[in-house]
Design a protein around this ligand. Structure first.
Ligand code: EPU
Length: 302
């Protein structure tokens, strides 16, 4: 990769960017799948416009990585570098009913941190792996909660404008697993306005969601959560289950026995195995139900 160039390394370091060469993305994704590339960790949001100019000038393609939990990365040597925010300390600051959160903060920890300050609303998101930035970009949701409902302000690197902007919540549209951000915008920080609730009550809600999740989803197995979005009015998992496809495998990529919309890496699955399984299941659903499923998992090909 071009980041080996001594001059580029020097400029990265001047921007406060830590370079880690030849990183296996399988170690940074919850699916445990992904080839190798260079990882650039950003310690200062303000350095991002200059960093992207530097990469563009040197024809180095890039992608933004959040927590790697909703992501299927291609195999082998990857043709782009990965940018990731380093987590500041503290990553969440509470002022009244507002939580100011860095995009690199862990979502689950943020939910419990806010709970300890008697701020609730996000109980349903407990157990959703990944960062707050990743959840925000795709409007993650579960058990009737979606993060977008609480957003009052977002600090974002706007790729098209090549600058950092602050957007108000009402300037962003949040839909089911979709937002109006451009695919190459980078979430930097968010302010959530959360309802006041006693800690004990929030904890009770968290326990209920944890139980529901444990009862229906594979925990402790390598997965990217649901593979397909739910088509309007129906559940992709139920359709795949009805077709008897639980346990269907390609190599070590396998439709979970627990929840048919979770595909797990049962060992050393490759991206190719997982993509073949996704295509196969998608075709079978379309043939029987006439519904073309849309990926929920984000795919970065090599
Ligand atoms: N079902 C089956 N078999 C299965 C899976 C589900 O019959 O293998 C049935 C269930 O019995 C239920 C219905 O399908 O009657 C819906 O299942 P579930 O409640 O598990 O919800 P889901 O629609 O499959 C969605 C989200 C999940 C989220 C849960 C809980 C999507 C694609 N999935 O799943 O989100 O955790 O609701 O709110 O929107 C994710 O985004 O990655 C994800 C896992």
């Amino acid at each position: 990769m071009r980041t080996n160039d001594a001059q580029i390394r020097q400029q990265l370091s001047a921007l406060g960017v830590e370079l880690q060469s030849g990183i296996a993305l399988s170690a940074l994704t919850s699916l445990g799948i992904g080839g190798t590339t260079d990882l650039l960790r950003i310690t200062k949001h303000e350095s991002i416009p200059a960093l992207l100019n530097l990469l563009d000038r040197n024809n180095i393609p890039h992608k933004f990585l959040g927590g790697g939990s909703n992501l299927l990365v291609g195999d082998g040597e990857l043709s782009w570098v990965v940018l990731q925010l380093a987590k500041p300390d503290p990553d969440v600051v509470i002022k009244g009913h507002l939580a100011h959160i860095d995009a690199a903060a862990d979502l689950g920890r943020t939910v419990t941190f806010c709970a300890k300050h008697d701020l609730g609303g996000m109980e349903g998101l407990i157990g959703v792996p990944g960062t707050v930035g990743g959840a925000l970009r795709m409007n993650a949701g579960a058990y009737g909660t979606q993060i977008g409902s609480y957003v009052t302000e977002v600090k974002v690197y706007r790729s098209a404008q090549r600058k950092i902007e602050i957007l108000r919540g009402d300037q962003i549209s949040f839909e089911y697993r979709h937002t109006s951000f451009a695919p190459d915008d980078m979430m930097l920080a968010v302010t959530l306005s959360l309802p006041s609730k006693p800690y004990k009550e929030i904890l009770q809600g968290i326990r209920i969601c944890n139980e529901k999740r444990r009862a229906s989803q594979p925990m402790g197995q390598k997965s990217a959560g649901c593979i397909f979005k739910n088509p309007p009015g129906t559940s992709a998992g139920r359709m795949i289950d009805e077709l008897g496809l639980k346990g269907l495998s390609v190599g070590d990529a396998r439709v979970s026995d627990r929840h048919a919309n979770f595909f797990v890496n049962a060992g050393r699955a490759s991206a190719r195995d997982m993509l073949t399984l996704i295509a196969d299941v998608g075709e079978r659903v379309e043939k029987t139900y006439g519904i073309k499923l849309e990926n929920e998992v984000v795919v970065w090909s090599a």
